[in-house]
Design a binder for this molecule. Structure first.
Ligand SMILES: Nc1ncnc2c1ncn2[C@@H]1O[C@H](COP(=O)(O)OP(=O)(O)OP(=O)(O)O)[C@@H](O)[C@H]1O
Length: 379
């Protein structure tokens, strides 16, 4: 076993217990197509890294190569300092959880979880105890004897999680495990997975194209595009400093205003200064960066004289970085507000207006402000 010689912050050599998953220069090809292109990253023990990126960017190929299910043409995968490049999948000590769970439909929940323990040399009693422990952990205690085919999608994924964790893997590899579930269920399962990974201290790699899942679960997010990692950062760093426009677009930033467009805004000095400070090409707006200008204007725009009280459904205005008049293209009722779409320069923007006032009409001009705390400069 080869131990990488690395130093801990205290200057001591790192032992296997300090080294988690290490992927070095990994490349996966299908014929002439390079699906994963010299990718490197490390995941500290007990931490979770999310691989996030658009469809076809190489996330699953990378995960499968880490598991040993896909041959790598070059590069290494190691865990605890041990090079696993030539170790077959079942000897790597890794677990996997997929979108469809890959459970046996005719077996019970307990039977499926026990399946993950075959071949480990455990006694029948040890196996039974472990199965009961896992069933409890994922909250399926009352369903141990139910056939998988009779479970809901969320319950089945809990069973799949229990089965992957049963052999106590040192690293769990998730491939879009929640993408078949509806949003509400997905959010609940994200909490379940997060809690269980923390309780068990398992290291994880989580493939997803859903940024909410990545942000909620990961300590580090690797943004992939065309087989490469374009940015590796904590969720906060990724959000506050997207490496380039592709990353920002994927995260949901937009529109992107260039310098010429910024000159068409009123009081846009903060935007210009931000671009100058960062040497950026665009100012990217967060989803909630645009809001109606001050409440006085809101009242005037709606044809109401009384602006002394804050209208229901509006939040206190943020610090404006610039203002501009926009033309309403559509409005519909939301929860306590009008959800308004409007044209700002050549871009489409969305914001809310108080429902206590008349519904904004297509063609109507409204003054909006761009919040200074919801913009970033992009190179
Ligand atoms: N078995 C295969 N044979 C040939 N090409 C493949 C194979 N598997 C994947 N590819 C190609 O490799 C590239 C990366 O695919 P991969 O499935 O790794 O991407 P992904 O990011 O996981 O996508 P998705 O989110 O859609 O699952 C794609 O262009 C895909 O068409």
């Amino acid at each position: 076993m080869e131990i990488n010689s690395k130093l801990r912050p205290d200057g001591e050599n790192m032992g296997p217990e300090d080294l988690g998953l290490e992927v070095r220069d990994l490349t996966v090809k299908y014929g002439s197509l390079t699906a994963v292109n010299q990718v490197s990253f490390t995941v500290a023990p007990g931490h979770m890294l999310a691989l996030l990126g658009p469809s076809g960017c190489g996330k699953s190929s990378l995960l499968r190569a880490i598991a040993g299910l896909e041959p790598a043409v070059s590069g290494t995968v190691s865990f605890g300092g041990e090079d696993l490049s030539r170790t077959p999948t079942h000897r790597r000590g890794f677990g996997m959880m997929f979108q469809d769970g890959q459970l046996f439909p005719s077996r019970t929940v307990a039977g499926n979880i026990a399946y993950g323990l075959h071949g480990l040399g455990w006694s029948k009693q040890q196996q039974q105890e472990r199965v009961a422990e896992l069933i409890d952990l994922v909250g399926l205690s009352s369903m141990a004897d139910r056939d998988i085919a009779t479970l809901s999608g969320g319950q089945a994924q809990r069973a799949a999680l229990a089965r992957s964790l049963a052999p106590n893997p040192r690293c769990l590899l998730f491939d879009e495990p929640l993408s078949a579930l509806d949003r509400g269920l997905r959010e609940r399962m994200v909490s379940v997975i997060g809690e269980i990974m923390q309780t068990t201290g398992t290291t994880g790699v989580y493939v997803t194209h859903d940024q909410d899942e990545a942000f909620a679960l990961a300590d580090q997010i690797a943004m992939m595009n065309q087989g490469k990692i374009v940015q590796l950062a904590s969720p906060a760093q990724l959000w506050l400093q997207p490496a380039d426009r592709t990353v920002a677009e994927f995260l949901g930033y937009g529109p992107f205003l260039d310098r010429t467009e910024i000159t068409q805004l009123e009081a846009a000095k903060p935007l210009q200064e931000l671009l100058d400070r960062n040497g950026g090409r665009w100012i990217a707006l967060e989803p909630a960066a645009v809001e109606l200008a001050d409440p006085h204007f809101r009242s005037q725009a709606a044809g109401l004289a009384d602006s002394a009280t804050q209208p229901a459904g509006t939040e206190p205005a943020g610090k404006p970085a610039a203002t501009i008049e926009v033309m309403v293209t559509a409005a519909k009722a939301g929860r306590g507000v009008w959800d308004v779409d409007a044209k700002m320069l050549a871009h489409q923007v969305s914001f809310t207006a108080p429902m206590s006032q008349p519904k904004p009409q297509p063609g109507q001009l409204l003054k909006v402000q761009i919040r200074e705390d919801r913009i970033v400069a992009i190179k």
